[in-house]
Ligand binder design. Structure first.
Ligand SMILES: Nc1ncnc2c1ncn2[C@@H]1O[C@H](COP(=O)(O)OP(=O)(O)OP(=O)(O)O)[C@@H](O)[C@H]1O
Ligand SMILES: [Mg+2]
Length: 319
């Protein structure tokens, strides 16, 4: 890899992909997009910088209105972090100024982006009470249009320190409002698998809640508990209901449980079910081992295909 390639952003849409999405010939797009918006990928065609993608998609009516999307399931290991980081990188490619808010004290999202905070660097626990002063200096740049508020074990102390219900209601929302003020369009929250302060405060802030289910009975138990909590919290705090989306995050058509899961999603959970399932593939763990998501390369895979369809569904990007 030469030095020039090294300095390129990792998450860019290719000109070919943009042409497919917009239905406009690549040659015509190339003429309209300024040289600054294009990246010569040396024999692999052109990449389009997120800001130029944004200009093109805005022309076609894609809205970049501010949104807060939280991944919650009280059951662990269902794909919350995978979904958060994968959606984040694709959203950035689509031109959304995206910030990942890592609220899990296990810090899986921060680790996935190889961006754990240093000892003296602030995390949510340190900044929620004064986001205007502390947030800007606390964010880590991951890539063009992609930033992170990292997490560490100290976020586990939130349950002991953020006990006032009024503060719980405001804490995540306050940070997100500051992110909006800083120019972000999209906040993606990765929550821990427990009903603690971080989850309660995220439910109060989010306008969309994605609940991933892996297909096993335990993730449905977690789904029911999570739906119950959303209901109870909205009632307690007199909040409007967020949009809830249930995502089948590990679909393996060879498994008997998969058919039962699809049935449930088409039956009792039909109001919430996302019309896209994420198929099981080793692509996720392979990408993670490289410190990136499946959108770092344009190689075809079910992982890319499924998450791209999900992102377009969530962000209103039609083909
Ligand atoms: N579609 C998939 N195919 C294969 N593996 C997957 C898929 N989705 C997620 N995984 C893997 O499942 C594991 C758990 O996923 P992840 O860490 O995203 O879950 P989580 O809900 O965030 O867990 P926790 O509750 O512990 O934070 C990871 O190793 C991830 O790579
Ligand atoms: Mg996680």
């Amino acid at each position: 890899m030469d030095a020039r390639t090294n300095s390129l952003p990792r998450y860019v849409l290719t000109l070919t992909e943009l042409a497919q999405i917009t239905g406009e010939p690549a040659a015509r797009l190339r003429k309209r997009i300024s040289d600054d918006g294009l990246i010569d990928m040396g024999g692999r065609g052109f990449g389009v910088r997120p800001e130029a993608v944004r200009a093109e998609l805005s022309r076609r009516g894609v809205s970049y209105d501010f949104g807060i999307l939280a991944h919650i399931n009280l059951k662990g290991g269902v794909g919350k972090t995978t979904s958060t980081i994968t959606i984040a990188t694709r959203a950035a490619q689509y031109g959304f100024r995206t910030c990942v808010l890592d609220l899990d004290s296990q810090a899986s999202a921060s680790m996935a982006f190889d961006s754990l905070p240093e000892e003296d660097e602030p995390i949510f626990y340190d900044i929620w009470a004064k986001p205007a002063d502390m947030l800007p200096g606390s964010l880590k740049k991951i890539d063009d249009h992609l930033w992170l508020l990292p997490s560490s074990l100290e976020n586990g102390l939130l349950d002991a320190s953020l006990t006032n219900p009024k503060h719980q209601k405001r804490a995540v929302r306050g940070v997100c409002e500051q992110l909006k003020h800083e120019g972000f369009d999209l906040v993606l929250i990765d929550c821990p698998p427990s009903l603690g302060t971080a989850v309660i405060s995220s439910i109060c802030a989010a306008n969309v809640i994605v609940i991933p289910v892996a297909g096993d009975p335990f993730s449905f138990k977690g789904l029911d508990l999570t739906l119950g909590e959303i209901e109870a919290i909205c009632e307690t705090y007199s909040l409007p209901h967020p949009i809830v989306k249930v995502l089948f995050s590990r679909y393996d058509r060879r498994e008997k449980l998969a058919a039962q899961t699809i049935e449930k999603l088409a039956g009792p959970y039909a109001n919430y079910a996302v019309p896209v399932h994420i198929r099981v593939t080793t692509e996720f763990s392979k990408s993670l081992a490289r410190g990136e998501t499946v959108f770092a390369h344009a190689r075809k895979s079910s992982a890319r295909e499924d998450y791209d369809a999900l992102v377009r569904h969530l962000l209103g990007i039609d083909r």
